[in-house]
Design a protein around this ligand. Structure first.
Ligand code: BGP
Length: 481
């Protein structure tokens, strides 16, 4: 079976400043630099962001490798902690401007479209220490000053801007599950941070619309969508899945595309006395400044069942899990290294949802990928990692994406996480996702089998699905890679 995509389709990959550049010549530490400085034991094998994949020093060679694996578009992010000197005034750092200018020019020289994101979780640590980071609306305004400098210095060449990557992860990782800095457990703060992030995105879009001079310029947001599937058809499980969808998906989807938060969510947050502080003027900015296009990060679905605790229990601190519980569906297909379910069909459900409920806005898959640990297990005698599992993973997701496109969904591209194995927060270098491997002791980078394969896919716009994979056409769900 062959899947043919149109000739305009984006074949690319995504990375971010904090995960690839390394800390070289940065005036400010971001919160991850600081977290590693103070608690290195919380990072897998004690590996921090100091070198990452050395992109600051080797971006020319790295971009040449990206070209070699056929990427026609690549997302990275500008680090606030690198570009800005004086955080209050928003003045720029000369070396930061030089660096990002050269990176953008190098992408363009290689015919790779740079997609530029303004925040991939990272924020200068001083803004946490002084103001509580995204808990503060003053920080929202400082972020807009930073964005203004990005548009001013790079807007002549960058066409595709992104305001945030995965804002819900900043909320849930930082303020609920304690997997990201500042590692708090505070439902009320989580809710305010979610609102402040949406406000920051809308204010940034407002500024972009006022200042952008590039006729093709556009601005979007990247959301990690986790379609919620109830454990059973029972009313309680279905209600739980609806809430999980409201919280994890619709909060930012509705606000970013429709300019309004979902009413059902507002009612619940109000009832529980945790609703964010807002003003009429802010809501107007959110309403009037919606996105031009959407990026969807998809890794896994969310299987949901009724909550374990009752939402009436006043003794319990507010958490979205008052309304649902995760469900370990028996027999589901897992990537055991990352402990994430593999369920490619969800991409079709996402495509359908965007088409039917979000005005069929133009969108692309901005991250998808398979993190595998100890990939040296798969080295062949020529030193190439034989990552057939990744080729199959990508193909299956593209199979369902293609089905969504055939039904009319307005998807224009696919980006894999990530071009070159990069550093990943507290998981550091545990799981590798790249088309290109990185030996973190020597920084020697080598194309994997999937990289050579992707080049052919990108050049032909076509995927060949071997017959033995046919089983996934039947929505079969038990196969393990
Ligand atoms: C996404 C993030 C990326 C990257 C990826 C893999 O949610 O946008 O920054 O970290 O997940 O994450 P991990 O290495 O933790 O598996």
């Amino acid at each position: 079976m062959e899947l043919q995509f149109n000739s305009e389709f984006w074949w690319g990959a995504a990375t971010s400043g904090p995960q690839s550049e390394g800390r070289f010549h940065k005036k400010h530490a971001n919160q991850y630099d600081y977290w590693y400085e103070t608690k290195p034991e919380e990072f897998y094998n004690y590996v921090g962001p100091d070198t990452a994949s050395n992109f600051y020093n080797s971006f020319k060679e790295d971009i040449a490798l990206m070209k070699e694996v056929g990427l026609n578009s690549v997302r990275t992010s500008i680090q606030w902690s690198r570009l800005i000197d004086d955080l209050e005034e928003g003045t720029v750092n000369e070396d930061g401007v030089r660096f990002y200018n050269e990176v953008i020019d190098e992408f363009l020289k290689n015919n790779i479209r740079p997609i530029v994101n303004l925040c991939h979780f990272d924020i200068p640590i001083e803004l946490y220490q002084k103001y509580g980071g995204w808990e503060s609306k003053y920080v929202v305004d400082l972020y807009v000053k930073f964005a203004a400098q990005c548009f001013r210095f790079f807007g002549d060449r960058v066409v595709d801007w992104i305001t945030f990557n995965e804002p819900i992860v900043i909320v849930s990782g930082g303020y609920l599950s304690q997997s990201h800095f500042p590692k708090l457990k505070d439902g009320k703060k989580a809710v305010q941070v979610a609102y402040n992030l949406q406000l920051a995105s809308a204010k940034c879009i407002e500024l972009f619309r006022k200042t952008n001079k590039n006729p093709n310029g556009r601005i979007g947001i990247i959301l990690n969508l986790t379609p919620s599937y109830p454990a059973t058809n029972n009313e309680e499980d279905q209600k739980a899945a609806q809430f999980a969808d409201l919280w994890a998906n619709r909060l930012f989807l509705d606000a970013s595309i429709k300019g309004e938060f979902p009413e059902e969510l507002l009612q619940i947050l109000k009832k529980d006395n945790v609703l964010w502080k807002t003003t009429y003027e802010e809501l107007k900015i959110i309403k009037e400044n919606t996105i031009d296009y959407l990026g969807v990060n998809y890794y896994h679905p969310h299987r949901v069942q009724k909550p374990a605790v009752s939402s009436n229990s006043l003794a319990i601190e507010w958490t979205p899990e008052l309304y649902y519980n995760d469900y370990d569906m028996p027999g589901r297909r897992m990537n055991m290294d990352r402990n994430w379910e593999i369920y490619p069909q969800a991409i079709y459900d996402i495509a359908k949802n965007i088409k039917e409920n979000y005005g069929n806005i133009p969108w692309f898959v901005s991250e998808n990928g398979m993190g595998v640990s100890r990939e040296e297990r798969f080295l062949d005698e020529k030193g190439v990692i034989q990552d057939d599992y990744r080729i199959q993973y990508i193909s299956e997701h593209l199979y369902w994406l293609k089905k969504g496109i055939e039904k009319g969904s307005n998807c224009f591209g696919y980006h894999m996480w990530t071009p070159i194995d990069c550093w990943s927060w507290s998981n550091a270098y545990k799981n590798r996702y790249g088309f290109i491997s990185n030996n973190i002791s020597t920084q020697i980078k080598t194309i994997k089998k999937s990289g050579y394969w992707f080049k052919e896919v990108a050049e032909s716009g076509m995927i060949r699905m071997p017959d033995e994979w046919k089983s996934f056409e039947k929505l079969e769900n038990k196969k393990t890679i």
